[in-house]
Design a protein around this ligand. Structure first.
Ligand code: KG4
Ligand code: ZN
Length: 355
């Protein structure tokens, strides 16, 4: 079984082909960094137009890479939400048109589910597993019970972690895209111990028994520190020290919240999960300090740890194609009149869902 996956929900135009044996046969991602850099963030209208300009070329190139004709595919999967609706419509309509033209099943993919299922593509992780999903728009801890079945254990009550990275990076004068540049700056900090003393930062909600997050106070504290730095252009060593303190605070928050979630998960799913796994996914999961902290945490609880390689953490077509395969092999596909969804929570029952 081979499926084409199309991703256009944010600022990456992507097309990929994946087979049922978990081989990524083609995987093309065109980032729109240059289009958005001047604005310091993603401009929805510019993103949608760029997807229109590039998507057909990328799909053609993916088919060429895979040496496949469209009719040799078993299905077409496209992100149908959540995301920037103009961009989502571009990929969804292209996918539906291809499915109609070649009489193939169409699979409407939830972008968040595609992130959530990526560790099954890369590491064949078995259900149920505990998932930390951290991206530009979402921060959630979920129990992944099965394809299409997720139970939210924790969520952010304000900003998403990726958003907090991006806004903090901007405050530190770091260029777009913020998250990866903040990580780079943190690595340049010569003396992490004194950076932590010099730039104390809060760990919001860490005294609470639940597993929720709050990141807006962290961002505000970064602003307060930046405002106290000497006027004029920020010195690189100050930025590196503040970035290091920021990353340290984020890691401690994630470890605190995830440890609570692990205990809850083991209580509820421990019997069912033969070798319980903790999985991280989403763009922020590319961060090496975060990966290392969570790997240490999970080792303490005898859980296996799975984090997709960096290029499969950020938005890509392979995860969409894989989510398509997971659904298609369960006999699931969607009618061509299915609508795009700007919001599409993974756990619709979650009391406080902010997806
Ligand atoms: O999953 P993704 O590619 O797009 C969304 O669906 O949101 O995630 C993008 C987010 C951005 O906020 C970006 O700054 C963040 O992931 N990110 C990182 C790193 N790489 C990407 N944050 C921290 N460290 C990184 N290395
Ligand atoms: Zn994403």
């Amino acid at each position: 079984m081979k499926v084409l996956g199309i991703e256009t929900s944010c600022d990456e135009t992507a097309a990929a082909i994946v087979d049922e044996q978990r081989n990524i046969i083609a995987n093309l991602v065109l980032s729109q960094l240059d289009e958005h850099r001047a604005f310091g963030g993603v401009v929805p209208e510019i993103a949608a137009r760029a997807h229109i300009d590039h998507l057909a070329t990328l799909i053609k190139a993916a088919l060429e890479d895979a040496k496949l004709k469209p009719e040799e595919l078993d299905g077409i999967a496209a992100t149908c939400g959540p995301g920037l609706i103009g961009g989502v419509m571009v990929g969804m309509m292209a996918g539906k048109a291809m499915a109609a033209a070649h009489k193939l099943p169409f699979i409407a993919v939830n972008h968040l589910e595609a992130h959530a299922l990526t560790p099954r593509l890369t590491d064949d992780v078995a259900f149920p597993y505990l998932l930390l999903l951290v991206s530009g728009g979402h921060t959630q801890i979920l129990a992944a019970e099965d394809v299409g079945s997720y139970r939210q254990i924790g969520t952010t009550i304000d900003d998403a972690l990726g958003e907090c990275f991006d806004k903090s990076a901007k405050l530190m004068g770091l260029p777009y895209p913020g998250g990866p540049n903040l990580e780079k700056a943190a690595k340049e900090c010569a003396d992490p111990a004194s950076a932590l003393e010099r730039f104390p930062l809060p760990r919001p909600l860490c005294d609470r028994p639940d597993c929720d997050f709050s990141f807006s106070g962290l961002k505000t504290a970064v602003r307060t520190h930046v405002d106290k730095l000497p006027p004029g252009p920020l010195r690189m060593e100050d930025v590196a020290a503040l970035a290091c303190a920021f990353e340290h605070a984020v890691c401690e928050i994630l470890v605190n919240r995830c440890e609570k979630a692990i205990r809850q998960f083991m209580q509820q799913y421990g019997d069912r999960a033969k070798s319980p796994s903790f999985v991280i996914a989403g763009g922020v999961a590319a961060n090496q300090a975060i990966r290392a902290s969570l790997k240490d945490l999970t080792a303490r609880y005898d859980m296996s740890f799975s984090a997709p390689p960096g290029k499969l953490c950020s938005d890509n077509g392979a995860m969409i194609a894989w989510a398509g395969i997971e659904r298609l092999r369960m006999g699931l596909s969607d009618p061509l009149d299915i609508a795009a969804r700007p919001r599409w929570p993974l756990d619709p029952d979650a009391e406080q869902s902010r997806t």
